[in-house]
Design a protein around this ligand. Structure first.
Ligand code: SF4
Length: 453
């Protein structure tokens, strides 16, 4: 089970953490296992089968490309986005793939990579099966994995592993337990989160990595502002962030400022970069990757007293809230609908902003609760299976909502009727009750009511 806020904020590439990053990680894990077990030289080809939501929206979410890159040994955290296209073009032109970049085998994509749209594996809607066979057609190994959201991958049989690899000083059970620990030990929530991080790596390393995540988010915004043209895919969606940024800059030069319009611009920039396959940080997923950076930019630019320590308080707190959702519900759109992506990101960002602005623990928990309460039931229905409509704009809406949730919480005294734990449980139950057509399948909602072009 993930236990670090750095597992919530993973650097990677777009457009989807569950459908792009996860499958790339899984394919690479499978190729590495072949290598570790000495089977690489005997492997003549591999078969990859995709099930459930991965099969239904995989083409729009670039799952096919991700599998090829993963088998070639690429990792979403380190791959150069500019190097992806040449690799994919080579594999497709030659019908051959280089496992881990060194063992070349036959790979005829239509035969070897199958999208089984009418089948679902029992463990998770985002299921994958990998098989390696030798020259004689004998199966060397087979493996089943699931992409469980946020770029994380689970091997079949590991579904019920809940204990983290390292014993944490403050176990991540639920929000009530964390608040209790804070009261007992005189800690702020971000201090408790830091203590848990320091059980996993030295404090200097924790701070370096948090600062690095923030820099990647900022670089993503800058690229989104500098880009132009249409996003990939049949929808021919035009990037909006560059023009909005230019307008806001000229208005700022004239002395006008509208923080909420800036929040829109920051969120659009990140999610347009994500849709284009660029480098982003999951927060907690790629589809919802714009909300935390947009609210962090709002903090850094518009909040008095903002500083680097406040950015760390933000990331530690929001990341820990994300871990609670991962543990007690899910951040997978294929399981929870969009409430598990944009809803969770909104809740995380609201808590992060409240912490950065020195809210009390109770106010921070209240902010997280408000951020989710008004996203309950949010469905996932991406048009044409692309992470573009409604996803990009939805991040702008989620970021504005997160700021308002933090403001509401900070104007109160922290007491409230609905607890964060209750709202997380409600999200989980709502996700289980939600019809499958609204859970990252593009079989309902906007996806069936809006023509694709
Ligand atoms: S609608 Fe929400 S959950 Fe679905 S792909 Fe878009 S951002 Fe992700």
């Amino acid at each position: 089970m993930d236990s670090s806020v750095l597992d919530v904020f993973r650097p990677g590439v777009g457009p989807s953490s569950s459908h792009t990053m996860g499958p790339m990680v899984a394919a690479r894990l499978f190729a590495r296992r072949l290598d570790e077990e000495g089977l690489l030289p005997r492997t003549a080809t591999v078969f990859v089968r995709l099930y459930g939501s991965l099969a239904l929206t995989g083409h729009g979410h670039c799952t096919d490309r991700a599998v090829l890159l993963g088998l070639e040994g690429h990792d979403p955290a380190t791959i150069d986005p500019a190097a992806m296209e040449p690799t994919i073009a080579r594999v497709r032109a030659t019908s051959r793939i280089r496992l881990l970049g060194r063992h070349e085998i036959a790979f005829d994509e239509p035969m070897n990579l199958l999208f089984l749209r009418d089948q679902r594996l029992p463990g998770h809607s985002n299921g994958m099966r990998f098989a390696a066979v030798d020259e004689g057609g004998a199966v060397l190994i087979e493996e089943e994995m699931y992409s469980i959201g946020g770029g994380a991958v689970q091997r079949a049989g590991e579904e019920h592993a809940v204990a983290p690899a390292v014993a944490l000083p403050y176990p991540l059970e639920d929000a009530a337990a964390l608040l209790r620990s804070c009261r007992e030990h005189g800690l702020e929530l971000h201090e408790l989160a830091l203590a848990n991080e320091c059980a996993q790596r030295p404090q200097a390393e924790v701070e370096r990595l948090l600062d690095e995540r923030w820099r990647i988010m900022q670089a993503c915004v800058e690229r989104g502002f500098a880009a132009s043209g249409l996003l990939p895919g049949v929808l021919k969606v035009k990037r909006r962030a560059p023009k909005l940024h230019r307008v806001l800059e000229s208005e700022a030069a004239a002395g006008r400022k509208d923080p909420m319009e800036w929040v829109n611009a920051w969120a659009l920039a990140v999610n347009e970069e994500n849709a284009a396959g660029g480098r982003v940080v999951t927060a907690p997923t790629n589809g919802a990757a714009g909300i935390v950076p947009a609210v962090l930019h709002y903090y850094a630019r518009f909040c008095d007293g903002a500083d680097a320590a406040g950015v760390r308080r933000f990331l530690l707190t929001s990341g820990m809230i994300g871990l609670l959702y991962k543990r007690n519900a899910s951040i997978s759109g294929a399981e929870m609908g969009c409430q598990g992506e944009v809803g969770v990101a909104c809740s995380m960002a609201a808590a992060g902003l409240a912490a950065a602005l020195n809210g009390t623990n109770e106010q921070v928990e209240n902010a997280a609760e408000i951020g989710m309460e008004h996203n309950l039931g949010l469905t996932c229905d991406p048009i044409a299976g692309l992470v573009q409509i409604p996803c990009i704009e939805r991040n702008a809406m989620g970021a504005v909502k997160a700021i308002n949730a933090a403001k509401l919480a900070l104007r109160g005294d922290g007491s409230h009727k609905v607890s964060l734990d209750q709202v997380i449980a409600t999200m989980r139950q709502t996700g289980h009750d939600m019809a499958t057509i609204y859970k990252e399948t593009s079989q309902g909602g906007l996806a069936v009511n809006v023509p694709e072009c």
